[in-house]
Ligand binder design. Structure first.
Ligand SMILES: NC(=O)c1ccc[n+]([C@@H]2O[C@H](COP(=O)([O-])OP(=O)(O)OC[C@H]3O[C@@H](n4cnc5c(N)ncnc54)[C@H](OP(=O)(O)O)[C@@H]3O)[C@@H](O)[C@H]2O)c1
Length: 279
């Protein structure tokens, strides 16, 4: 019995093979979840679909209509404002009722997809993040009305191929989008700032960046692997009357906790509007 996600003859199409669509496709292919001949990538412009397909060794299908009927799984990874347009095109192209749709669109609910489809169809909503590109992403997913356990198992396998994956209730999605979907951008800003700090105190930039990146990765692993609270881990670094407590107090003076919390709060408000916007 094959471990492939789909039986022979059925395909997986990525509609919107940009940053996120390509990352997911790469994970799927690298983990042997599909044969390259079963996968296809569609984009808006022919040039980008040829580029993506070339880099992954799969088919570029700028005019993907004729591939829709063979699709067992369709990953929708266009911008949120394109949802209605894409669903309309899929319906007109002979989308089968048993094809599993997996959307990564920020702010667009399973209910919105079901309304656009206007008929029973398994729809999974997911929120990955860009570290999926290097196999260290984190993705949450949830199923709509027509979704069965076997569909969720497919989503788990796809997203597990690019990092950690977890099923959550849909009402958490906007908060998760703002926290871990946008999260890498916050981390990069922190890293950039700390690397600048290293330069300020006399380090060459490349050395500072290496130190910062490895320190961030190592600290994240400490939290994951020890299961200890970050505050307890922080105490281990904080010698009485030492330099670390001095640095920490400066961060607290700058209100780092509330600045980070307010950033996520603001991003959550914005994501609530994304699914409603047109682009
Ligand atoms: N980037 C993130 O960090 C992240 C994280 C989580 C979720 N997401 C979600 O992932 C989705 C894609 O984001 P992204 O960052 O990957 O964007 P992106 O790199 O701009 O990719 C979007 C892709 O969609 C294609 N496209 C646009 N309109 C299309 C249409 N009508 N039919 C087929 N393809 C079409 C574009 O083609 P061209 O290249 O030809 O223009 C492009 O390949 C968004 O909905 C976003 O909310 C993104």
């Amino acid at each position: 019995m094959s471990d492939l996600l789909l039986e022979p003859g059925r395909t997986l199409g990525v509609v919107g093979a940009g940053v996120m669509g390509t990352a997911l496709l790469k994970g799927i292919l690298d983990h042997g979840l599909l044969l390259p001949k079963q996968a296809w990538a569609a984009t808006k412009t022919e040039a980008s679909s040829i580029e993506v397909a070339g880099s992954l060794g799969i088919r570029a299908v700028p005019a993907y209509e004729s591939w829709v009927p063979s699709a067992g799984i369709l990953l929708i990874a266009v911008k949120p404002g394109q949802a209605a347009k894409v669903i309309e095109k899929l319906k007109l192209s002979g989308l089968r009722e048993d094809t599993l749709l997996i959307s990564v669109l920020a702010g667009v609910t399973t209910e919105t997809f079901e309304t656009l489809l206007g008929r029973p169809q398994p729809v999974i909503r997911a929120m990955p993040n860009t570290p999926c590109l290097v196999g260290h992403g984190v993705t949450v997913y949830c199923g709509g009305k027509g979704v069965e356990a076997r569909h969720l198992a497919i989503a788990e396998r796809i997203f597990h191929s690019v990092g950690q994956a977890r099923e959550v209730e849909e009402h958490y999605f906007n908060a998760i989008t703002a926290l871990s979907g946008s999260g890498p951008a916050y981390m990069y800003l922190v890293m950039e700032s700390l690397a600048d700090a290293g330069v300020r105190v006399g380090l060459p930039r490349d050395l500072a960046m290496t130190l910062v990146a490895q320190t961030m990765m190592g600290s994240a692993k400490m939290v994951q692997e020890t299961g200890r609270h970050p505050a307890a881990l922080r105490d281990d670094v904080t010698t009485p009357a030492g330099c670390t407590i001095g640095g920490l107090l400066m961060l607290e003076d700058g209100k780092i906790r509330s600045v980070l919390a307010r950033a996520v709060e603001e991003a959550t408000k914005i994501v609530e509007q994304l699914g409603k916007s047109k682009s």
